[in-house]
Ligand binder design. Structure first.
Ligand code: NAD
Ligand code: MG
Length: 411
């Protein structure tokens, strides 16, 4: 019997999805060679009969992309760096897996018919491919927070227009979705995202001024790609996540908050009008939120450490320090400003993180460069682009201004 169960997707949209789709489900992963991509493939690889892998994409690492494509029997593999096309073709020779390279091939990978796509390219580079998947109506698990920070209004409008199911993968936003499904939206007073505080939580500004990339990359709780790890050290990550939550859940600045929680066990807190506070907890392993997005609206097994609160003994919380971590203040200001401020914040931050990792600027200069770029950008609140290419033009302009300011912050 064909039981066509319909589930409501709350609260991101009023879209309903048909969960009676027969297995195997067709899935694609944009950013397959990264931390989130590999974790997603780890889950899929444990139950191969339930999934068919359509497209896998990577940025530069041809060898790893080819290995993953062969292991997971992908239909096609696409490398973003067009110069590496021949390398990918050679690595896939005789496998029957299609090879592609460059921007158009990335869009093609995102366009191939699939039931579910993981959007895990890092940075604004992920915007166009992710939107392509959204426009196809493919259920989209969104790890790439920069899409929403940079182009949130346009992105969410496309999600609504295409009737796409959008499932946040960021652990705090996945937690929020898990809790919100049980609560009428009008009863939510405040959503509070937790932050680990990163490796420099107890450090003075003087210590942070001379922090090396290796120290900033040494996150106490999470194993992640370099960009998001540096963002976690500056607390820009939590700022980006406020903007992400604003777009995902239609919550305003006064309804969004951040709490430092060094153990990274409670991922989000939802304050309700009757005084209740709902929280979601799990050990810090991205396979839990990825599994939630993969199985949604069902649940699946994830091979993660089980939470042992007695062994942990205590969970602690503190207010974030915006003086030592000005990136969070900047993101809050951008959230209040609206318009294109998020596009500029994101673009300048990408340039700043890249420059810090290349040892061109110091750790404190990351927020300094972002602030200087924002300050040099007139009327961002008034700038409300209607098209992705307009956002990308603002992004490109902000990047070139940030680059031209780099000398001022150079070590
Ligand atoms: P990562 O650096 O490990 O992987 C990024 C992926 O994108 C890789 O496959 C890389 O090759 C690809 N890529 C890089 N530049 C590209 C380009 N210009 N064009 C096409 N592909 C490109 O990053 P990650 O840690 O997996 O994070 C991915 C996204 O998920 C980020 O937006 C991050 O903020 C978000 N996120 C990650 C975590 C985590 O635990 N890793 C948690 C929450 C959110
Ligand atoms: Mg997060």
């Amino acid at each position: 019997m064909n039981t066509r169960t319909k589930h409501r997707s709350v609260p991101l949209s009023s879209v309903e999805i048909d969960t009676s789709k027969s297995y195997p489900r067709r899935i694609s992963i944009l950013g397959a060679t990264g931390s989130i991509g590999e974790s997603t493939l780890d889950l899929i690889g444990r139950d191969p009969s339930s999934y068919r892998v359509v497209s896998l994409t990577g940025g530069h690492n041809v060898t790893r992309l080819a290995e993953l494509a062969v292991r997971h029997h992908a239909e096609c593999a696409v490398i973003a760096d067009a110069a590496r096309y021949q390398g990918l073709r050679d690595a896939l020779a005789g496998t029957g897996i299609e090879a592609g390279a460059g921007d158009e091939a990335l869009l093609d990978a995102a366009s191939r018919p699939a039931d579910w796509v993981m959007a895990a390219i890092v940075g604004a580079a992920g915007l166009k491919p992710t939107l392509q998947a959204v426009r196809q109506g493919t259920a989209t698990a969104l790890a790439n927070k920069e899409c929403l920070v940079s182009a949130g209004a346009i992105f969410m409008a496309e999600v609504a227009r295409a009737n796409t199911t959008l499932l946040p993968v960021d652990s705090e936003h996945s937690a929020a979705l898990q809790i919100m499904t049980a609560v009428p939206k009008e009863r939510i007073e405040r959503l509070c995202l937790t932050a680990s505080g990163g490796p420099f939580r107890g450090w003075s500004r003087e210590q942070m001024a001379v922090a090396a990339p290796e120290q900033a990359l040494n996150h106490p709780n999470w194993s992640m790609g370099p960009k998001v790890t540096i963002d976690s050290a500056t607390l820009m990550n939590k700022g980006l996540e406020l903007l992400e939550a604003h777009h995902l859940f239609s919550l305003g600045p006064s309804e969004l908050d951040v709490l430092t929680h060094p153990q990274s066990i409670v991922h989000c807190l939802l304050y309700l009008s009757d005084g209740s506070v709902l929280a979601q907890m799990s050990c810090p392993d991205m396979r839990t939120p990825i599994a939630y997005s993969l199985a949604w609206p069902d649940r699946m097994y994830a091979p993660t450490e089980r939470l042992d609160l007695a062994a942990l003994g205590a969970l602690t919380f503190e207010a974030p320090d915006m003086e030592r971590f000005p990136a969070l203040r900047l993101a809050k200001e951008v959230l209040s400003a609206g318009g294109s401020a998020g596009t500029v914040l994101n673009a300048a931050n990408e340039i700043a993180v890249e420059a810090f990792l290349a040892r061109r600027i110091g750790f404190l200069a990351i927020a300094g460069l972002v602030e200087a770029t924002l300050d040099g950008s007139p009327d961002l609140a008034m700038l409300k682009p209607q098209k992705v290419d307009e956002v990308l033009a603002i992004d490109a302009d902000a990047r070139s201004r940030a680059r031209s300011l780099l000398g001022r912050f150079a070590d």
